[in-house]
Ligand binder design. Structure first.
Ligand code: GUN
Length: 283
């Protein structure tokens, strides 16, 4: 059996088209949705991500502001910039690209963003709202994964879902969203004993670890839906996921490729969150 390939590029395109329609309607009423993106330093991967976010805004008719600061920017200066954007009524979403340079406390920075403009969903209030089942913003990557599962018609009520990776950005919010959709959820982390025993039980397996090809076909339940959040640059320059695609595709029922799977969905859901922020502010 060969798994169905879940095309994230195609689904992201349709999500972005829906956003474009909503953005045009809100703009016609006098409010153009606007995302402010702050990049500090010269991290090459961050520069690519930020460029893609700004380009996606343009393509869907959202305004974007890109603030690129040198790596030497002081923490107080960054907090002052966030404060200015928080009080700017024309800015609806604020995103500070991570990681930040070591001399800046990223927790402090995230908490400084107004919760109602925190389109990443990383603010502690937004994490709490998500946990208590009343989300204001769902973090973009887990939100994109849920959208893919919905689009694929995956039944989550009563399903065994296993999330490998427990980060604040992906693993933990992903587990919450799956739980709220009725799945029985296991979160595995780097201390997990016998990882394969857990992954082999999964009807839905979401992997977000950041280690190339660590989940192999023998660790997957036949017919499972496998979502690979990993994006690892190999020594040969190629991109690889956290799942060994060649062996997994022979066992899974459906699987996301890397690239062209979860990645495009993350950006699409950032636009959705910015759109929601703008619609809320316009009342
Ligand atoms: N760095 C890697 N992923 C993300 C993300 O989703 N948001 C932000 N702000 N920074 C990131």
């Amino acid at each position: 059996m060969t798994a169905r390939i879940i095309n994230g590029t195609e689904l992201a395109k349709s999500v972005r088209q829906e956003v474009a329609v909503r953005a045009a309607a809100l703009t016609a009423q006098g409010t153009q949705p606007c995302l402010a993106v702050i990049l500090v330093g010269e991290n090459p991967a961050s520069q690519v991500y930020v460029r893609n976010k700004v380009k996606a805004c343009e393509e869907s008719g959202l305004r974007s502001i890109l603030e690129h600061h040198p790596a030497t920017l002081g923490e107080a200066d960054l907090l002052a910039r966030i404060d200015a954007l928080n009080t700017d009524p024309d800015v609806h979403g604020i995103l500070v690209q991570l990681p930040l340079p070591k001399h800046i406390d990223s927790h402090k920075v995230i908490e400084a963003i107004a919760a109602e403009k925190d389109v990443d969903g990383f603010h502690i209030s937004n994490a709490g709202l998500l946990m208590t089942g009343q989300p204001l913003f769902r973090p973009c990557t887990p939100y994109g994964v849920m959208k893919m599962l919905e689009n694929q018609g995956v039944a989550l009520r009563g399903a065994e879902a296993v999330v490998v990776g427990a980060s604040n950005i992906v693993g933990k919010p992903q587990a919450m969203l799956l739980l709220q959709a009725g799945a029985t959820v296991t979160i595995c982390n780097s201390k997990t004993v016998d990882l394969a025993a857990h992954t082999r039980r999964a009807d839905v397996l979401v992997v977000a670890v950041g280690r190339a090809n660590m989940i192999t076909g023998d660790m997957i339940k036949p017919g499972a839906v496998v979502i690979d959040v990993g994006m690892n640059r190999l020594d040969n320059g190629k991109l690889a996921g956290d799942v060994d695609f060649a062996s997994a595709v022979e066992v899974a029922g459906a699987i996301t490729p890397v690239p062209g799977g979860v990645g495009p969905m993350t950006i699409a859901m950032l636009l959705v969150n910015t759109m929601e922020a703008a619609e809320r502010s316009a009342g």
